[in-house]
Design a binder for this molecule. Structure first.
Ligand code: NOJ
Ligand code: CA
Length: 694
């Protein structure tokens, strides 16, 4: 859309409104100068291309505020912006707006892999220049972008004598929610790795929580606060005001000395994003965060391949194998070859091997500096295994657990990745168990954000993709570095082997879809068929940790929980001879398009995705502890074409608690005019492959 169109639309919207604090000039001219005193001034305004989302910016009593509304209803009421610094006065008072500029942008770009192949970046931009009226007279810009799926803004600090080297103690950004929306949240600053069960409560009750923070307002609007392009800055958490109002405050993850960010101008912060949708199902697929990241910098993306993989992994979580050396050591040459054979025979692209390297003996969470990332244990023939994998055309996936010993890892990065490259290893899973660095920097501090970027950049140099566990949260960096493929960053399937509260409750994944997964792909490690975990010894009761799902739901997770690297997590022997395993062999891992057919946070979700470059669709539906039935029009299929659906449904009497295993497999002809009845058992799911008939 051109600037002129944008202005015309903005003017139409303006005529509808009664508010007097909108500066007409701001929307009429691409650049205007607004003179402001220290009293309340006129506001600047920005609308999304569809006119629904609006941002207003104003100075009130010397403070800078922004507000966001959707379809004329306030979502975020005027909220403060600013910073406090070490050794310098806060940047928040005595401000005036010295100028502003508008721009419009409409471009469609392609990504090498994703939930959608093509992404439209359609937004209007408002840049507001601000200055302190009193010494030190510092200047900054706040850039706002309004998209149809939400808004983003960031601070830009130009180079200037009054602001050169600086240390941010606090970012004063507020999100004053217009209503006491229901929020689905996980706490932050406790066990600092995002690995919690979600809870739902009104915004006013929140302590410090992680983003993305998904909220539903009283009128059903869905609002998600997160950030984009988190680079060389501390992760943002959100804290509700102690006075129990509805204002969320940015809280930056601290370094050991209590500071948040040390940098030098010119500088800009990550984008603060507010995703907006009229209903939960419209939150996905979200491209807001991707659009706020710089374009891909990797020219040769040939090594970046979405795939399914198995791994020497679940056995350790069950306790039958160990990462450590000794009688139970999992990563032996013979075991690995068996896994590679299984992958080769079953259309899995890769095999992950954990515990292959020296350093796991002793307390590996506390002794992160003991890990070697090049030296294998004596019973693991690294060279031989790599050659074997190559001969079977299976990608060997390396594993680097750091135990938060990031300095030790950084020292070895180049030599380790060079070794992997020479062996044909093009994917590495990293791990960061531990809440802080040795020195006491928070898991999500600026130091760790820098570290993660360094790993991704070094990996790109050696043609390696990354799957990070205990990561920094996803803020869309895969657009710039598509070798950053997937991450855990939530309470994953591993908790079903050993986690508290009996594992993940049946509703867990129906919440993850609308919260954690909004930030990007998740390596949830689906596909556990031995649901009673008999391979760990005797069958587990529903009260003991075990997957609280039906087997059909484990299949559906491959479609619902998007990841370009998707694990077949169970032991090979638990798949042998099992008919439902065919779905895992068949399911795609890269998509042209994604559609949420229906969904309610914490209750259920049904997703359809079209396999990249094929007339083939996969549908996944999951429910919480309640059984549910949906009638699904297949109107997304090609008009007038014939398809066949292969349905993997919960079998008769299936129930997550005591009868999770029955799967009813059926084939039936379908077309775009078919309405498919999907019946889900309590804690159940359904997975469907739909192929075009020739
Ligand atoms: C926790 C990770 O989530 C898991 O996948 C891994 O096996 C262990 N750490 C060991 O690195
Ligand atoms: Ca984990």
């Amino acid at each position: 859309m051109t600037v002129r169109h944008h202005c015309a639309r903005a003017l139409r919207g303006l005529a509808r409104r009664t508010s007097t604090w909108v500066a007409l000039a701001a929307v009429m001219a691409p650049t205007i100068a607004a003179t402001q005193g220290t009293a309340t001034t006129e506001a600047l305004r920005l609308a999304s291309p569809d006119g629904r989302n609006e941002v207003t910016v104003l100075v009130r009593e010397g403070g800078l505020y922004y507000a966001v509304s959707r379809k004329g209803r306030p979502i975020v009421t005027p909220s403060r912006l600013g910073f406090t610094f070490r050794g310098a006065p806060p940047l928040k008072d005595g401000l005036r707006i010295t100028g502003s500029s508008n721009a419009a942008h409409d471009e469609t770009w392609s990504q090498p892999w994703g939930e959608v192949a093509r992404v439209r970046d359609h937004h209007n931009e408002l840049k507001v220049s601000v200055e302190e009226t009193q010494p030190p007279g510092r200047r900054f810009v706040v850039a706002f972008r309004a998209f149809n799926d939400g808004v983003g803004f960031r601070y830009e600090l130009p180079a200037q004598d009054a602001l050169r080297d600086f240390t941010i103690m606090e970012e004063l950004t507020e999100f004053a929610m217009a209503d006491d929306a229901r929020a689905w949240w996980i706490p932050s600053f406790r066990f600092n790795r995002y690995e919690y069960l979600y809870r739902a409560s009104p915004v006013s009750t929140l302590d410090t929580v992680h983003t993305p923070l998904t909220m539903e307002t009283k009128d059903g609007t869905h609002v998600v606060i997160h950030e984009a392009n988190l680079v060389d800055y501390a992760s943002m958490n959100l804290r509700a005001n102690k006075e129990q109002d509805r204002t969320l405050h940015a809280v930056l993850a601290p370094m050991a000395d209590g500071s948040a960010v040390t940098a030098r101008t010119p500088f800009h912060t990550p984008w603060r994003t507010i995703q907006l949708a009229d209903r939960a199902a419209d939150l996905v697929p979200s491209v807001l965060g991707l659009n706020l990241n710089p374009p891909n910098v990797i020219t040769n993306t040939s090594y970046i391949t979405p795939m399914k993989y198995n791994g020497i992994w679940w056995g350790m979580h069950l306790g039958t194998w160990s990462w450590e050396s000794g009688a139970k050591h999992g990563a032996t040459t013979a075991n690995t070859k068996r896994y590679i054979d299984f992958a080769a025979a079953n259309a899995l692209g890769g095999t992950l091997v954990e515990g292959w390297n020296i350093g796991w003996d002793g307390n590996w969470i506390e002794n992160g500096d003991k890990f070697s990332f090049t030296q294998p244990y004596p019973d693991y023939d690294l060279q031989g295994v790599a050659a074997y994998a190559k001969s079977k055309r299976v990608a060997l996936i390396g594993h680097n657990e750091t135990g938060m010993g990031v300095a030790n890892y950084e020292r070895q990065l180049d030599s380790a990745f060079a070794l992997y490259q020479s062996l044909g290893i093009t994917a590495v899973k990293t791990g960061y168990v531990g809440d802080k660095t040795r020195a006491g920097d928070a898991h999500h501090s600026q130091l760790m954000v820098r570290h993660f970027r360094k790993v991704v950049e070094t990996a790109a140099k050696y043609g390696i993709t990354i799957d990070a566990h205990e990561p920094i949260k996803d803020t869309g960096e895969r657009r710039t570095y598509p070798n950053m493929m997937t991450r855990e960053g939530a309470r994953g399937q591993e908790y079903n082997a050993w986690g508290g509260e009996g594992g993940n409750p049946p509703e867990h994944e129906t919440i993850l879809f609308f919260t954690r997964l909004l930030s990007g792909p998740m390596d949830y490690t689906p596909g556990i068929f031995d649901i009673f975990l008999t391979s760990a010894g005797k069958p587990r009761t529903p009260e003991q940790p075990r997957p609280r799902t039906t087997l059909a739901k484990q299949l559906a997770l491959y479609v619902v929980l998007y990841s370009p690297l998707q694990m077949a997590a169970d032991l090979p022997e638990n798949y042998e001879g099992k008919a439902p395993f065919q779905f895992i062999r068949d399911v795609a891992v890269d998509w042209d398009t994604t559609r949420v057919l229906t969904g309610k946070i914490g209750d259920y979700v049904v997703v359809a995705r079209k396999a990249k470059g094929k007339d083939e669709w996969f549908v996944g539906g999951i429910t919480d502890e309640e059984g549910r039935t949906f009638d699904l029009p297949l109107n997304f299929l090609g008009a007038g074409k014939r398809y066949v659906a292969e349905v993997y449904a919960d079998g008769p009497g299936a129930h997550w608690r005591d009868n999770p295993l029955p799967v009813a497999i059926a084939r039936r002809p379908v077309s775009a005019t078919t309405t498919l009845r999907m019946v889900l058992a309590p804690g159940g799911g359904q997975a469907i492959r739909i192929r075009a008939q020739r």
